[in-house]
Write a protein that binds this ligand. Structure first.
Ligand SMILES: [Zn+2]
Length: 253
């Protein structure tokens, strides 16, 4: 199967679901990574264009760890909005990749780009099959693709309230891969170091993964929710694609 992970910024996927993607890769599945923005505001040092170029290169290098393709939809940071052109752009992209399963940003999150990306991807997944909705050269998929949400950043919504996952994936065996992928976003590590005054990039990710895991009796974990809205397939494809002993179900169907 082909799994598409699409989130707002270069490095979000690495924080929130790289371990799960590594497990899927080990089981022979194809992985595609994508970011809605090019990360162009994530620097105090470089111009917009230069920052975008650096961050897309880092996104590609991180994807290479999983032998995965990386795509960028080239929205600017803080410029992800819903609108006709944006919805068509994301739908065209989903048609081009034509995944079997999509993993995307949580609909509740502190960051406006995360929430807007989540909504655009959900809408596009629903529409991609509709033949008369025209977007570009890619043909309509003729289906609604199963959709999953990653955890929101720090597991909370914009009010700081916890968002409960449907299931947790035990990614303890893949933490080195996850760290390696995140480490390839070198400019962000430097930016956060300058911004926060300490080198906490990899540590923060590890701390977060441990917290997600420990709550549910695992060393390191990543949480997901299935989109259960009308029209979306409800077969638990992601849960079933992963080794059964590594999936801890918290919400039964
Ligand atoms: Zn982000």
């Amino acid at each position: 199967m082909r799994f598409l992970a699409i989130h707002a910024h270069p490095d979000d996927i690495e924080f929130l679901c790289a371990g799960t993607l590594a497990l899927l890769k080990q089981d022979g599945h194809e992985i595609v990574l994508a970011t809605v923005t090019n990360g162009d505001k994530g620097s105090l040092e470089y111009s917009l264009e230069e920052t975008a170029r650096i961050r897309k290169t880092e996104g590609r290098r991180a994807a290479e760890v999983l032998d995965a393709a990386y795509h960028c939809l080239d929205f600017g940071d803080y410029e992800v909005f819903e609108g006709d052109a944006q919805r068509r752009r994301v739908t065209e992209f989903l048609r081009e990749v034509d995944p079997d399963v999509i993993l995307t940003a949580s609909p509740q999150d502190y960051h406006p780009d995360h929430e807007a990306s989540s909504r655009l991807v959900r809408e596009a997944a629903f529409i991609a099959g509709a033949k008369n909705y025209q977007t570009g050269a890619a043909p309509a998929t003729g289906k609604v693709c199963p959709l999953y949400y990653m955890d929101p950043a720090e597991g909370t919504n914009l009010f700081g309230e916890p968002v409960q996952p449907d299931f947790i994936v035990d990614v303890s065996s893949c933490m080195e891969i996850k760290k390696e992928m995140l480490a390839r976003h070198e400019s962000q590590r430097a930016w956060l170091k300058a911004h926060h005054g300490m080198d906490c990039y990899i540590d923060e990710m590890e701390k977060w993964s441990r917290r997600r895991g420990e709550t549910f009796g695992l060393k390191y974990g990543e949480g997901f929710r299935r989109h259960r809205g009308h029209g979306f397939p409800q077969d638990p494809v992601l849960e079933k694609a992963l080794p059964g002993d590594l999936v801890k179900i918290l919400r039964e169907d």
